[in-house]
Design a protein around this ligand. Structure first.
Ligand code: TTP
Ligand code: MG
Ligand code: MG
Length: 489
């Protein structure tokens, strides 16, 4: 038997748990920009018709006393790890599928822990005791029905579909509930007068494959209760994606390209952190009229560099006809493999992998800087033609030094940020200067050792007329060869 465990209103439930003021109130977890969309809604908010992916302004229209809470991804990830650990106490066959859900095959553990319903009930109770959160669990002989079952009695549900009930269940199961059936497939289903999964049984496999491609074969099997997808223990995430609803709609390709590049950067960083390579890249576009499209491409080799992901994403983007302004853009990768997994060499020649490997080493150096100095410090020289030696300093940047300088206390009499920037430009170093919340100023410089030292010395003095209280040089690191990349103000 297979269990599908899914947390109830996960992000919102964590916030309500941690802040008693939020309990029993309509809460959404949502960013704070004018065009933010709801990531999750508490069950109280759902009574107003508010749901995930709804624009915040619409949610507010539906419920005037809506409480909007910014998310805390780290907190949810920590809770997620604990939940997965609880499930793993009952069976080693646990497959996490998203931050708040997992499959667990309990077939081999019933002698130890009792029938699957008892195991499910104990998991629910343990999660509640340990984390003060509720979940819903579906139990079925196959994965797809376990998933559907977990959603049937939310929240705090426990739904069991025994094998004997499967045929009846399949007969009446609305086709829209099958994972993978999107609006396009739905309209083709309507042409065939298919409303439930049972209706699919009227058609033979060749016709279904003709109409729905590979998915037709799966539909044929699912309609007969066959789902050969096993619970894959410890399977890493199946996909990684990054997307944003833009602050305002965009129409020009260059801006779109920059946004794709920044998403490719995030996705690549995550891949490299998790020591994974991907074999598919996809993009997602939502237009101003809320219609959306996504495009996916399987690639020959396995990649993880920002450059290679971006290259694929931009290519996919260029093939899409953009006839309306764009509201949301995203990049995703899937078909993930551990980087040390064997590769069929006759399919992928090593020389094909080489460019990705070269970019990867640049990326890894950037990743280290991001970790040390913060996210937005080093950014790719966006969409500039990259000819050899085109970097701002010209040629090889071997010997480049990066230093972070904090000027604390008050800097009087001048706009320190502006003056620092001017001086840095004159000294020929890249970097940024920003005001910190506590009143101090942070600057990060990249350049030749001499130029950077000059800038640090300048920081101790400040511009004429300034009174600089204290300068600390927080870190310095030598990096080599940032050709094609620059640090920006
Ligand atoms: P879901 O399990 O889809 O939803 P949920 O846990 O909020 O509610 P339910 O009780 O119906 O399961 O998603 C899990 C978390 O993933 C959710 O709490 C927030 C996040 N999420 C997003 O950030 N964006 C989205 O569009 C969705 C659907 C979820
Ligand atoms: Mg959930
Ligand atoms: Mg979920």
């Amino acid at each position: 038997m297979i269990l599908h465990i899914d947390m109830d209103a996960f992000f919102a439930a964590v916030e309500q748990r941690d802040n008693p003021d939020l309990r029993n109130r309509p809460v959404v977890i949502c960013g704070n920009t004018p065009r933010a969309v709801v990531s999750t809604a508490s069950y109280e908010a759902r009574q107003f018709g508010i749901h995930s992916a709804m624009p915040l302004f619409q949610a507010r229209q539906r419920c005037r006393h809506l409480v909007v809470v910014p998310g805390n991804k780290e907190k949810y990830a920590a809770a997620s790890r604990k939940i997965m650990a609880v499930i793993s106490r009952f069976t080693p066959l646990v497959e996490p599928v998203s931050i708040d859900e997992a499959y667990a095959d309990v077939t081999g553990c019933t002698t130890l822990f009792g029938p699957s319903q008892v195991i499910a009930q104990t998991i629910k109770q343990t999660i509640f005791n340990d984390l003060a959160l509720t979940c819903s669990i579906g139990i079925a002989p196959v994965k797809f029905l376990a998933k559907i079952a977990s959603d049937m009695n939310k929240p705090d549900g426990l739904t069991h579909i025994p094998r004997a009930q499967m045929p009846e269940m399949i007969q009446s199961l609305p086709i829209a509930r099958i994972p993978g059936v999107g609006p396009q497939a739905m309209s083709r289903m309507a042409e065939l007068n298919i409303q439930t999964l049972g209706d699919v049984q009227r058609f033979d496999r060749p016709l279904l494959t003709r109409k729905f491609g590979k998915f037709g074969h799966r539909l044929y099997q699912l309609s007969r209760g066959i789902d050969n997808d096993p619970v894959q223990a410890g399977t890493p995430r199946k996909s990684i994606s990054s997307e944003t609803t833009l602050d305002s709609d965009i129409s020009d390709a260059e801006t779109a390209g920059n946004i794709l590049l920044s998403h490719a950067g995030r996705v690549g960083r995550e891949l490299r952190k998790k020591q994974l390579l991907c074999e598919s890249v996809s993009i997602k576009i939502k237009f101003s009229d809320f219609t959306r499209i996504s495009r996916t491409r399987k690639i020959q080799n396995r990649i993880c560099s920002t450059e290679a992901i971006f290259h694929q994403a931009r290519d996919l983007f260029q093939q899409v006809k953009i006839h309306r302004p764009i509201r949301l853009l995203g990049v995703g990768v899937s078909h993930l493999h551990p980087r040390n997994a064997p590769v069929q060499l006759e399919l992928v020649s090593l020389s094909e992998q080489e460019p990705d490997r070269q970019w990867e080493s640049v990326d890894r150096a950037m990743d280290r800087i991001h970790e040390k100095f913060g996210r937005d410090m080093v950014t790719p020289a966006v969409l500039k033609p990259m000819t050899k030696g085109s970097s701002k300093k010209g040629g090889n940047m071997t010997g480049t030094v990066i230093k972070k300088v904090i000027v604390s206390g008050k800097v009087q009499g001048v706009c320190y940020r502006l003056e620092t920037r001017k001086a840095a430009l004159q000294a020929g170093v890249d970097g940024y200067v920003k005001n910190l919340a506590d009143g101090s100023v942070e600057a990060v410089f990249q350049g030749t050792p001499h130029a950077v030292d000059e800038m640090v010395a300048w920081c101790h003095q400040g511009p004429p007329g300034a009174r600089v209280d204290q300068v600390t040089v927080k870190a310095s690191e030598s990096q080599t060869h940032f050709e094609g990349f620059e640090i920006r103000y």
